[in-house]
Design a protein around this ligand. Structure first.
Ligand code: ZN
Length: 277
């Protein structure tokens, strides 16, 4: 990676001497260096603004890295999955309970039916002649039939309840499947993104290391200091007399003083380092 305006750039040597002195382009150039921005290359960003962009990009990457490392998304995804699976589990449990109750009642109905059949057989096979005993058997059969009918009603209710539960089960199973897929996706995505971010951070760090030596240490220290205080922005361009850091227009008097100063130029309002056009 070639730092901008490095001495390997042969055009630097061709620059007309004396015309573009250090004071004309900003006071932040490292003392004792002959390098200065190429006036012919206006599209190229001022190195301090380049550094600023690079630092903001590094800040964003680090913030994203922090999010990934704290695994907030993954945690949220796993929570959602656990919730839907818990609801699914509850309903599944209810279905099982209803199923067990259904089987128990089926057994009851079977045994009541067998008893009814046996009692009715005794009524008609002539084994019982006593009229009172016959009446008592009839009463027993009627009572068994009543109990059996009530049990069958209860079985119908259970069947309906089970159908309701199973209807709730289907969409939940779909939701649970989606939640599991989402977690898998996050896990895979986070792993890939982590690699990408680490590579990007490595590249930016190298670019930064190449850029930094050309600045005066005092300017660099001030820039870092302001960055901490001013949400990551230590240097801003001055465009048409307006500071791009705080978007305020500088007064003509201050602007005039800025142009003539040999010191580090700073915004009248936000005190950020200003890069003049
Ligand atoms: Zn400002």
């Amino acid at each position: 990676m070639t730092p901008p305006f490095a001495s390997t750039d042969s055009s630097v040597e061709r620059r007309p001497g004396g015309v573009q002195g250090r004071d004309d382009v900003g006071s932040y150039w490292a003392m004792g260096t002959e390098e200065a921005p190429e006036p012919a290359q206006e599209k190229r960003l001022d190195p301090l603004l380049q550094l600023q962009e690079l630092d903001l990009s590094i800040d964003r990457l680090n913030a994203r890295l922090g999010t990934l490392e704290s695994q907030n998304e993954l945690r949220a995804g796993r929570t959602a999955q656990a919730e839907v699976e818990a609801r699914l589990g509850e309903i599944q449990l209810s279905v099982n309970e209803v199923g067990a109750e259904q089987r128990r009642l089926e057994g009851d109905v079977d045994s009541m039916q067998r008893k009814i059949d046996a009692e009715q057989a005794r009524l008609y096979d002539g084994s019982v002649a006593n009229i009172k005993e016959l009446q008592s058997i009839e009463a027993e059969v009627a009572s068994l039939k009543g109990r059996k009918s009530r049990t069958e009603d209860r079985m119908l209710e259970l069947m309906e309840r089970r159908e309701e539960l199973e209807e709730q089960l289907r969409p939940l199973e779909g939701e649970a499947k989606l939640a599991r897929e989402r977690v898998a996706e996050i896990e895979e995505g986070a792993a890939k993104e982590l690699v990408d971010i680490e590579r990007a951070l490595g590249e930016r760090a190298a670019e930064r290391a190449a850029l930094v030596p050309q600045f005066d240490p005092e300017l660099l220290r001030l820039y870092e200091e302001i960055r901490v205080q001013k949400r990551g922005i230590g240097a801003a361009a001055l465009v048409d007399g307006v500071c791009q850091g705080c978007h305020q227009k500088l007064s003509p008097v201050y602007l005039d003083r800025l142009k003539r100063t040999g010191d580090i130029r700073r915004c009248e309002y936000c005190r950020r380092i200003l890069v003049l056009p």
